[in-house]
Design a protein around this ligand. Structure first.
Ligand SMILES: Cc1cc2nc3c(=O)[nH]c(=O)nc-3n(C[C@H](O)[C@H](O)[C@H](O)COP(=O)(O)O)c2cc1C
Length: 201
């Protein structure tokens, strides 16, 4: 799943894997993960750096005690780093407006934007583009979750300052713009599901 959100920024735009060939700028969004229940991976805080060239600037901006260790068995070309081991279920729910789905899942995540540098480089209009990129990541994760037999939910309600505090971001260089959670689903009996394009509504 995480490999699918890697845009392979070292390649020319047209050579990047779909859908990353449609966003004509260098990747600006990285994933701060709360891993709860993933076989073979210790629970804790992780970072997926979608552009390996940005490891240094992220590391400098985040909590200095983070480990930045490559998890055992992690594919060599996946820049996934363990920051800190531990049970982050309650923490993840708390920073997500107390929504259980962020803590009861297999893992949840915050999409961390290279915020200030992008706006300075391209101009204020690029603010929307940062959200476009988070949206595409969300759509890929929705599809990947379904393909893996689990489910996903976008999380637009989160407390950004506490999220920044957890990871150590203390200025506007990096900002969390969108969250996401992936895991086994619980059916909500209050909702009715109709077939797609149903005429009987
Ligand atoms: C940008 C975005 C933000 C969302 N934020 C939340 C959220 O904070 N909490 C939640 O439970 N669901 C959240 N969702 C999930 C929506 O509630 C979900 O897509 C919707 O309930 C699915 O219904 P539908 O299939 O009719 O679209 C979010 C979805 C998107 C796309």
């Amino acid at each position: 799943m995480l490999a699918r959100v890697m845009p392979r920024a070292d390649r020319d735009l047209c050579q990047r894997p779909t859908p990353w060939d449609v966003l004509p700028w260098g990747p600006t969004i990285h994933l701060a993960l709360f891993v709860h229940r993933v076989n073979g991976l210790a629970p804790g805080l992780y970072m997926l750096v979608r552009d390996p060239a940005k490891v240094g600037s992220l590391r400098a901006a985040m909590q200095h005690q983070f480990a930045w260790a490559s998890p055992r068995g992690c594919p060599e070309d996946l820049p996934l780093f363990l920051l800190q081991e531990g049970d982050a279920q309650q923490l993840a729910a708390q920073v997500s407006c107390h929504q259980d789905i962020a803590g009861d899942s297999a893992f949840s995540l915050g999409m961390i934007a290279e915020f200030e540098s992008s706006l300075r480089r391209y101009g204020p209009w690029f603010y929307r583009r940062l959200f476009w990129e988070t949206g595409v990541i969300g759509q890929v994760l929705y599809l990947e979750a379904e393909a893996a037999g689990v489910r996903a939910t976008g999380i637009g309600c989160f407390f950004d300052d506490p999220v920044h505090h957890v990871f150590g971001f203390n200025d506007t260089l990096f900002q969390s713009l969108y969250h996401f959670t992936i895991g086994g689903h619980v059916e909500d009996p209050r909702l009715t599901t109709l077939p797609p394009y149903s005429l009987d509504h």
